[in-house]
Design a protein around this ligand. Structure first.
Ligand code: ADP
Length: 906
């Protein structure tokens, strides 16, 4: 308190003293300081204020003002001022001094306040520092480089995992805690800081006593003495585990991103808004054909863009840089000149703290895609073109198909198409008419629905075509049509599969052509051909030039030339030279459409012999009626001529044969009638006998002639049946026994118990005729043997006559084996027959001796009748004879099957 009062008093004392000093100095130095009277008083004010404060300063100001007024302003030595300038000067002094006092006192006051507050602030600062260090896990260290002693703050010890206060201040202790891998580098960092006089900063790991590793960052500053020697180093130590983890995470993340960036197959690039390249991955470099990033980094990418796309590209990246992501397709020209189409998807990329926004673009090569798209476009265009063409073609073909169907109709050809279900897809009018339904009614309906009567025939055909995919061609179908019941019509139907491009059956096509007319014509033709082929007449046709064009079997037989030999040859082949002129005349008439009927002439056979023929010639016309040739029917009239001759002969013989007994009868009866032998009864009786004999002979003759005629004409049909051969033989022998006795001839029968196919009466007629002849031509006392034998087919005895080929009766035809025959024989010991007569005796009115008829009462017709009967039995009759020794007549008959294998051999 006392010091405070003292200080206050001293302050005022200073104020007075300062004023006095100022007064004295001003007084003393007045001559030198004319205009600066107040200067020292200002100093006085300032000194006072500096040491005493405001109030003492005010005292100094008042005192100084009074002093100046009193001593330095006239009137001197009084406190008044006459001159206004002095008053102003005095006022200015007072004002300036007041300001100085005020400023000084404020300064002092502030200084005092600072001094008062300073320790508190220091304490607060220290506390905050401690808190901050603790919060920041930061320690402080101080290393006396001269003594080597190190001082650590408690936080520092904690950062090293040490118990507080346990650090012994030695560098080795510090270094022992460092991770072994980091010690050397830390020493280097310290040395570097010392040598380079740079701040020390180093990160390293420490290993705590519990084994855990922690990252720390040490920072420090070196202090030097006046001689420039480093004397101490002090700084901070901070835990950077978190930062390190973040850094490592960041590094990993960056590595990952870098790996992705490098491995990304698309081009990833970073460009500025004006197109300057910042970054680009290897794929991008490859895309632009750059060897390394440095080649392009910092350069504008626009030159790589095809000129036509550069403006669009720049506009695109500017738009992206303004925050609008987007996609652009453009063409690029690589460093090596390769052009390719790219698609770039870009987003804006703004890095914090940077003013500009960059563009991150991912670009992929779409050249292939473009090319493929172009190809697809082209293909589409081609396809559309083809579809259009195909559609047009289909329309055309549909039109054509319809026209074709119509045209087929007009050509009377039926057409239709069926689907898999046998429904009609299309049908033309002709086939619809055959089916008896209108065209429209067919479409969509099946055959079974429309034509149930036809379905069983055609459905299996459809199914066969579907299954085999093979056509069924030209199948003849005959049926009645609904519109004309009862009339059978004929068609040629073809069913064929309509295949698609995969060879599957798409539909079934049917073509139906009516062939009723053709069938009729064919039938007529066949009949005609059969007639021609089977005609007994030679039928030949020739051209108007006389070239043979047809030659039937009878012509072959008649002329000896085969059809192959004759056809194509001139007709003169068979015309004798002397007939050529006539032939020429005939052709002339034929050309004029005239026919020649039954002209009898001769033709030459292949063997050179002539044949008599009856010729009928007719012109042959083609479909238009034009005469194109001639048909020639040649009938062999040789036989006819022979028959005519035979007929004439027969008539003359018959006339003669009939006339002979008639003449005898007429003569006998005439003699009797005239009474020549009235008186001679014996003679008259003889005449009557002769007349009766001749009448009998006449009757026989007439009967034989009638029999023969009936047999030859076929009007006498023999009914064949199984007959007991022995019975037949016995019956015939019995009938002839009295006649034999009359001729004193012994008749023996050697039968076999076999059955033969025969007409029994006819066989008995043969046997009696042959026995009668044998008796007639045998001498008294001789023997006649009627016998039978069985001959295996194929064996013939010693005859040259073919027995084998003869047909057995129809009942025996069922046997597959050759049929055995029964051979009857009638052997006599009579006069025999000359060799040259062995055949002729079987002809009509043929006798060995002309007297035979007269002497023996024969007609010469018996053997002819026998041959006719045998022919009707399919058998054969012949004779073997030795003149003067006797004859043996044979005839054969087929055995009935059950008797086959019996009994005797010939
Ligand atoms: P005919 O009524 O004359 O016997 P046939 O036709 O029976 O007529 O016989 C014809 C001729 O064959 C006989 O006239 C006879 O000359 C001769 N002839 C037939 N059978 C015999 C026979 N057994 N021996 C000799 N000649 C015979």
């Amino acid at each position: 308190m006392r010091s405070t009062i003292y200080r206050r008093v001293a302050s005022y004392g200073i104020a007075i003293a300062a004023t006095v000093v100022a007064l004295l100095l001003s007084w003393w130095l007045q001559p030198f300081l004319e205009c600066t009277i107040g200067a020292f008083f200002y100093l006085a004010v300032m000194v006072t204020t500096l040491y005493g404060g405001f109030r003492p300063g005010m005292v100094t100001i008042v005192l100084s003002t009074l002093a100046i007024n009193y001593f330095f302003m006239p009137p001197f030595d009084q406190f008044t001022a006459a001159d206004p300038a002095d008053i102003v000067q005095l006022g200015v002094f007072a004002l300036v001094s007041f300001v100085l006092n005020l400023l000084n006192s404020n300064l002092q006051h502030s200084k005092a306040t600072i001094e008062r507050l300073n320790p508190q602030l220091i304490q607060d600062s220290h506390d905050r520092l401690q808190m901050t260090l603790a919060a920041a896990q930061m320690g402080l260290w101080d290393w006396n480089l001269v003594t080597g002693e190190i001082v650590w703050s408690p936080e520092h010890e904690q950062l090293f995992g040490l118990v507080l206060g346990s650090f012994d201040g030695r560098y080795e202790t510090f270094e022992a805690r460092l991770h072994p891998d980091d010690r050397a580098r830390n020493s280097e960092a310290i040395q570097q800081a010392l040598q380079n006089r740079t701040p020390y900063q180093h990160e390293y790991r420490v290993v705590w006593t519990d084994g855990s590793v922690h990252w720390l960052e040490g920072r420090g500053q070196v202090a030097y003495d006046e001689a420039g020697q480093a004397v101490r180093m002090s700084g901070t130590m901070m835990n950077i585990d978190q930062r390190k983890q973040s850094e490592m995470a960041l590094t990993r993340s960056e590595q990952q991103l870098r790996a992705i960036f490098d491995a990304e197959p698309e081009c990833v690039k970073l460009v500025s808004a004006d197109g300057v390249l910042e970054q680009m991955n290897p794929a991008g470099l490859a895309m632009i054909e750059a060897d390394r990033l440095e080649q392009v980094r910092g350069q504008n990418v626009c030159p790589l863009i095809a000129p036509a796309h550069q403006q669009a590209f720049l506009a695109f990246i500017r738009q992206v840089a303004e925050g609008k992501p987007g996609t652009l397709e453009f063409e690029m020209i690589g460093f090596r000149g390769t052009r390719c189409w790219l698609e770039s998807h870009a987003v804006p990329l703004h890095f914090p703290g940077e003013a500009t926004t960059q563009v991150l673009a991912i670009t992929r090569d779409i050249t292939e895609q473009k090319r493929a798209a172009a190809e697809i476009k082209q293909l589409n265009a081609d396809l559309e073109q083809r579809v259009a063409e195909r559609t047009f073609a289909l329309q055309q073909s549909n039109l054509l198909l319809n026209s074709f169907f119509d045209a087929a109709s007009s050509a009377a050809i039926g057409l239709c198409i069926h689907d898999h279900d046998l429904r009609f897809l299309q049908i033309n009018a002709t086939l619809a008419a055959i089916n008896g339904q209108p065209v429209e009614r067919h479409i969509g309906r099946t055959v079974a629905e429309l034509l149930p009567q036809l379905a069983p025939i055609v459905e299996p055909l459809f199914h066969r075509v579907l299954a085999t995919r093979q056509p069924i061609l030209n199948l003849e179908v005959s049926s009645e049509v609904p519109s004309q019941p009862g009339l059978m019509r004929h068609w040629l139907a073809s069913y064929f599969p309509i295949l698609d491009e995969t060879n599957a059956v798409r539909a079934i096509g049917v073509i139906v052509v009516e062939i009723s007319d053709r069938k009729q014509a064919e039938a007529s033709q066949a009949r005609l051909a059969a007639i021609v082929a089977s005609s007994q007449d030679a039928i030949i046709s020739k051209t108007l030039d006389g070239i043979i064009v047809s030659w039937n079997a009878s012509a072959e037989k008649l002329f000896g030339y085969s059809a192959a030999e004759a056809i194509g040859q001139p007709i003169t082949l068979i015309i004798p030279v002397d007939q050529l002129e006539v032939e020429t005349q005939f052709l002339h008439w034929i050309r004029q459409g005239e026919s020649i009927q039954r002209y009898e002439t001769v033709r030459r056979r292949k063997d050179g012999t002539l044949v008599e023929i009856s010729l009928t010639l007719s012109p042959v016309k083609d479909a238009q009626g034009t005469i194109v040739g001639a048909s020639k029917i040649a009938r062999d009239i040789t036989e006819q001529r022979t028959l005519d001759r035979m007929k004439n002969e027969f008539i003359s013989i018959v006339s003669h044969e009939l006339r002979t007994p008639l003449t005898a009868i007429r003569g006998s009866l005439g003699l009797i009638l005239r009474g020549v032998y009235d008186k001679k009864p014996d003679k008259k009786h003889r005449m009557i006998e002769i007349a009766a004999e001749q009448s009998d002979r006449l009757v026989r003759l007439v009967n034989d002639i009638l029999d023969l005629q009936r047999l030859e004409s076929g009007s006498m049909k023999l009914a064949l049946q199984a007959c007991d051969a022995a019975a037949l033989m016995q019956q015939a022998a019995d009938a002839m026994r009295s006649y034999a006795e009359e001729h004193q001839v012994h008749l023996s029968v050697t039968p076999l118990p076999v059955s033969v196919w025969a007409a029994p009466d006819a066989i008995i007629q043969i046997l009696t005729n042959l026995l009668s002849n044998a008796i007639k031509f045998s001498d008294a006392g001789s023997n006649i043997d009627l016998a039978i034998a069985v001959m295996e087919s194929g064996k013939q005895g010693n005859s040259s006559v073919d027995v084998v080929g003869r047909k057995p009766p129809s009942a025996a035809l069922s046997s597959p084996r050759p049929h055995p025959q029964a051979v009857f024989s009638i052997q006599d010991q009579g006069r025999g027959i000359p060799a040259e007569k062995l055949e002729t005796v079987f002809e009509r009115f043929q006798q060995v001796d002309a007297s035979d008829s007269r002497d023996k009462g024969g007609t010469g017709l018996g053997l002819a009748i026998c041959r006719q009967i045998m022919e009707q039995h399919g058998g054969r009759i012949w004779v073997e004879s030795v003149l003067g020794k006797g004859s043996t007549f044979y005839f054969t008959l087929p055995l009935v099957a059950e008797d086959v294998g019996a009994k005797a051999k010939l």
